[in-house]
Design a protein around this ligand. Structure first.
Ligand code: ZN
Length: 333
């Protein structure tokens, strides 16, 4: 298989984890932000999480550098454009990019300005390249809950116009879903789809809770349903999409190594498995590499890949018209 030319879909990718190191240097110089180095390779190494981190916490420290330069409308627009550009160049046909607007208010931008800037960058890339996209708005579970309604309110204006879903991300404590029932309900009422990071570091019960309490239609990672029958059944019975991110899972020690990743097992069990990057820079990866890794490691055929791609189409929060466009790429194979 020529992995680069295959059409691909990324449903789980973080904006701040996918910034080009060159852009960090450019923007920092523009904004008079002091960097530890002007050398692209040094900056790249500071952004890439080690092959295996101590834990998710160490992995998350890699986001601080990009966040420093992502506090203006111009930088948000540019970075959004560039992530779509990079994805388009490796034949990603549809990208659902996610980010937490509240991480970008340090210099006084409003949540509305922040969302509007990234959507603008995405729309510009859609005009220049053969790629379509949407945004997912994340809330970090450690953020003050009082701030969540303003994200839902501001995002609601962009539903159907570049924003499609609501997500909870960041460090995963057992039972966290119980604390967000009201917020997820408010988001659904405004027309947001729901996807939740769960069962990555935490347990399978979190996955079951995300589906039952928060009505998640997709789960970020979901690895730990492997030893939790309630979580497994909730995913299977609800045809809930699993946003699998193999390289990231090895880095954060959610799995020991790629060989022990449950992606193939879940796929063979008929779950709606999808393959995604999580973070293009922090995880030092691309969709081409993730697809290649999974296909080669688990001896998947092109037919298997097509089935996984079609899972991504069905599980995406795209409009029916875009879903049809995405299916058409398969007919050309
Ligand atoms: Zn993630």
């Amino acid at each position: 298989m020529d992995f680069c030319s295959l059409p691909k879909i990324d449903l789980h990718c973080h904006l701040d984890g996918s910034v080009r190191p060159e852009t960090i240097i450019d923007l920092a110089n523009d904004q008079n932000i002091e960097l530890p180095s002007q050398d692209v390779e040094v900056i790249r190494n500071l952004m890439i999480a080690p092959e295996t981190c101590v834990d998710l916490k160490e992995y998350l420290t890699r986001f601080e550098l990009p966040l420093q330069v992502m506090q203006t409308k111009k930088s948000l627009e540019r970075i959004s454009y560039e992530v779509f550009e990079d994805a388009a160049k490796e034949n990603v046909k549809y990208l659902e990019l996610r980010f937490a607007p509240l991480l970008h208010v340090r210099n006084g931008l409003t949540v509305e300005q922040i969302i509007s800037s990234v959507v603008k960058g995405m729309k510009r890339a859609e005009l220049d390249y053969d790629i379509r996209g949407n945004y997912i708005l994340c809330i970090l579970r450690t953020m003050p809950k009082d701030d969540i309604p303003q994200v839902i309110e501001a995002g609601a204006k962009y539903i159907g116009k570049g924003v499609v879903a609501f997500d909870l991300a960041g460090a995963e404590l057992a039972g966290f879903c119980h604390d967000f029932v009201k917020e997820a309900k408010a988001a659904r009422k405004k027309g947001f789809h729901v996807t939740i990071h769960a069962g990555e570091q935490g347990n399978g019960q979190n996955v079951q809770d995300a589906i039952e309490l928060l009505k998640a239609e997709r789960i970020g990672h979901g690895i730990h349903i492997i030893d939790h029958s309630g979580g497994f059944k909730a995913v299977r019975n609800g045809n809930v999409g699993l946003e699998t991110c193999p390289s990231s899972n090895v880095q954060t020690k959610a799995v020991q190594d790629i060989e022990s990743h449950p992606a193939k097992r879940f796929y063979k069990q008929g779950l709606a498995v999808t393959i995604n990057t999580d973070n293009r820079t922090v995880s030092n990866t691309t969709m081409t590499q993730e697809v290649q890794k999974v296909c080669e490691q688990f001896y998947l055929s092109q037919k298997d890949y097509v089935a996984i791609y079609l899972n991504s189409v069905e599980q995406s929060f795209a409009s029916d018209a875009i879903k049809q466009e995405l299916r058409n790429y398969i007919d050309e194979l």
